[in-house]
Design a protein around this ligand. Structure first.
Ligand SMILES: C[S@@+](CC[C@H](N)C(=O)[O-])C[C@H]1O[C@@H](n2cnc3c(N)ncnc32)[C@H](O)[C@@H]1O
Length: 361
């Protein structure tokens, strides 16, 4: 069956990597990447062929939503013929019945009938409107799919997401609810990361059971919470210069077990021994989050020098910054022991940003 994972722009490859390594290979081949689509500035969509059931998709942390694909359409025309093709592709899909069945399994629903709504999205130069796609898909569901489905505006039992990327249609049933996106996070600060992005950064640190892990500028603790959820660790250290951030962090980490130390500190002078840390992930302040951008070069230099001091040789740093040139300039002048590795372009709070990987020499 074909499933779809939805994540933040730029995270598609990392979400696929997590799916590839975490979805159990059931009685047959493991997951296979079928395609990666971008809805610019909004989402990446990862299409995954998988023989197993839907539940493991709901536990993936670098994605925000999981779907099962009920219908696909190819070479959809950009004029009104396209709407008829969309209707036919959805109405006649041989996968619809199985997709509804998998949706029932994922959500625990027993419904044969119920309410549904359609969320339509487009990328490309179609001459018709999103509203028209929604209507074509809704008609096709009502007239062709098994059961009796009643179209509503909100609070539907079944969400049908119809995405037209250029001339390819992906019509998918949403398996996840808001909890996959929010992860039960109690407190959010204006500069807080979305948990899926924090999870992708944690995955890039290569979590290991004996990790001493650090986020020196942890804000509300999103990265720390994702590290705690990513598997065993020896110690987690997190802190922030701001008292309100520390109390949000404490609240968000309350349910996490293990040796977690949270402090109010200045990341330029960490109360940690040299070489005591294996992995660091940090979301440096940037853009609208800072009152005075002129202070960033000094701050980045001082924080990178301190991270290079506390990391053991071979340790890893994964840093998210709005301006990677600023980060690179800081590294070159104050933390040459950090060897640059791969970079990943993402969009954070509507602004372009880069996740940069480093290894401590
Ligand atoms: C982009 S936010 C981090 C957000 C965090 N990843 C989250 O999800 O909530 C950057 C944080 O750096 C903190 N900060 C700024 N200067 C600092 C310093 N010198 N030492 C420690 N924290 C600092 C800010 O208070 C802010 O919470």
């Amino acid at each position: 069956m074909l499933y779809a994972l939805q994540t933040l722009p730029g995270l598609g490859q990392l979400a696929w990597h997590e799916a590839e390594t975490h979805l159990p290979a059931s009685d047959g081949p493991g997951p296979k990447l079928v395609g990666l689509k971008a809805i610019p500035g909004r989402n990446d969509i990862v299409l995954v062929a998988y023989r197993g059931g839907p539940r493991p998709f709901l536990g993936l942390r670098s994605s925000e939503d999981a779907f099962v694909v009920a219908a696909r359409g190819f070479r959809i025309a950009t004029d009104d013929r396209g709407l008829r093709q969309i209707y036919a592709a959805v109405r006649n899909s041989e996968d619809a019945a199985r997709a509804i069945d998998l949706w029932r399994r994922a959500t625990g629903s027993r419904q044969q009938n119920g309410s549904f709504r359609v969320i339509a999205r487009t990328v490309g130069k179609q001459k018709f409107l999103r509203r028209d796609i929604g209507r074509a898909v809704a008609d096709a569901v009502r007239e062709g799919w098994p059961g009796r489905w009643n179209l509503v505006e909100d609070d539907a039992d079944l969400e049908v997401w119809a995405t037209l990327v250029e001339n390819e249609l992906i019509c998918a049933l949403r398996l996840s609810d808001a909890s996959m996106r929010q992860r039960g996070k109690a407190r959010h600060l204006p500069a807080s990361l979305r948990p899926a992005l924090a999870a992708a950064m944690v995955a890039l640190t290569d979590p290991a059971p004996d990790d001493v892990f650090l986020d020196p500028m942890a804000g509300a603790g999103t990265i720390l919470a994702e590290r705690a959820a990513a598997g065993r660790f020896a110690e987690i250290h997190g802190g922030d210069i701001n008292g309100e951030a520390l109390s949000a962090m404490q609240e968000n980490l309350r349910g996490a077990g293990g040796r977690i130390h949270l402090s109010r500190w200045d990341a330029r002078r960490l109360p940690l021994e040299s070489g005591a840390v294996d992995k660091v992930a940090v979301n440096l302040p940037f853009g609208k989050q800072v009152s005075d951008e002129a202070q960033l070069p000094d701050l980045y230099r001082a924080v990178l020098a301190e991270v290079a001091r506390v990391l053991r040789p071979g340790g890893r740093l994964v840093a998210l910054a709005g301006d990677q040139r600023l980060l690179e300039a800081a590294r070159a002048s104050a933390a040459r022991a950090l060897r640059p590795g791969p970079r990943h372009r993402v969009i954070v709070l509507g602004q372009p940003a880069t996740i940069c990987e480093y290894t401590r020499q």
